[in-house]
Design a protein around this ligand. Structure first.
Ligand code: UDP
Length: 314
């Protein structure tokens, strides 16, 4: 298979590049490095099946781009994805999910390629139902401080569904729940990299609000397997990909202390505006459709992630 990965130097994108190259595919990776990093793809530089183009798809006339080969599938993963990053790059976040998605869809149409877009559990907002099923329409503040991300992703889903209906293009909309693993930027502001950074530097673990809010954390390898199974199907409606194990932030902080052998105190900070209180995927659809279920338990995934940072000194 020939793959074009937009946002391929990011956390998820670089793991997707690895998985595709490991199975013998060819990969063209495009990234503008606003939140991705050259370091994430450095190890692929000499791989003759890997091609890199530094470009911003918002500004680019992507259809005129001189690609080394035509792609069978386009993966659009390009977007700031942590609350800290999308607040830092609000317009870029809106544009890459709206204008960027439209450009990728037009390219997919021109090439006759399949198209996968990484959507998010944020389309459910601060959910009034838990666990969240794909059929839940969500509870999103359309003008709040997270709206550039949530509404950007919701607009993209609507656009993709419209292209699918009008042009019969093969599209995929995985809704990704909190994912973690090696290569997350330790300054990206998300809870696991923050806690790992704090554990490495013997600082208190920062907890926003009362710490009783929940998240469900999926190890990156499980997530990538889910995406690759999804594109083998003909299913075009959204599919939750996440780990249903649900933990409060305090439980997560305790696990970080356990696996790093520390006893760091907690520093309670003011709550984040519009912070979802609960988040947990219902993955019945992914199980039935893909035969997929996450295999890596939180302790094991945290241990592997922590090892990555201690071993690489990043
Ligand atoms: N959080 C926290 N301490 C931190 C970073 C995050 O308590 O140092 C909380 C945050 O308020 C949220 C949860 O952890 O309730 C997950 O936040 P993250 O930014 O990782 O992802 P989100 O699911 O909010 O996009």
């Amino acid at each position: 298979m020939k793959n074009l990965i937009i946002g391929g130097a990011g956390f998820l994108g670089s793991h997707l590049c690895d998985a595709l190259l490991n199975r013998g595919d060819e990969v063209i990776c495009i990234d503008n490095f606003i939140t991705g990093s050259a370091k994430n793809i450095e190890h692929l530089r000499d791989n003759r099946n890997f091609h890199f183009i530094e470009a911003d798809i918002i500004a680019l006339d992507i259809e005129k781009l001189n690609l080394p080969f035509s792609a069978d599938i386009i993966f659009h993963l390009a977007s700031p994805a942590s609350p800290k990053d999308y607040v830092r790059f609000p317009l870029e976040t809106l544009k890459v999910n709206s204008i960027g998605t439209e450009k990728c869809l037009n390219l997919a149409l021109k090439l006759g390629a399949k198209f996968l877009f990484t959507s998010t559990s944020e389309v459910y907002g601060d959910p009034l139902e838990s666990p969240q099923k794909e059929t839940y329409w969500g509870n999103v503040n359309p003008v709040g401080p997270r709206s550039m991300y949530d509404e950007g992703k919701r607009y993209a889903e609507a656009l993709i569904m419209t292209y699918h209906r009008i042009y019969r293009i093969k599209t995929y909309i995985p809704r990704i729940f909190n994912t973690y693993g090696p290569r997350m930027r330790l300054d990206d502001g998300r809870v696991i990299p923050n806690f790992i950074f704090q554990a490495l530097n013997k600082k208190p673990l920062t907890i926003y609000g009362d710490g009783k809010q929940t998240r469900s954390f999926c190890y990156v390898d499980d997530l990538i397997k889910g995406l690759l199974l999804l594109v083998e199907t003909d299913y075009h409606m959204p599919v939750n990909i996440g780990n249903p194990g649900e933990f409060t932030i305090i439980e997560l902080a305790n696990k970080i202390n356990d696996i790093t052998g520390s006893n760091l105190p907690f520093e309670f900070l003011p709550p984040v505006v519009d912070d979802p209180r609960k988040r947990r995927p219902d993955i019945s659809l992914a199980k039935k459709l893909l035969g997929w279920t996450p295999a890596v338990k939180l302790e094991e995934g945290l241990r592997k992630t922590f090892e990555f940072y201690t071993e690489t000194g990043q």
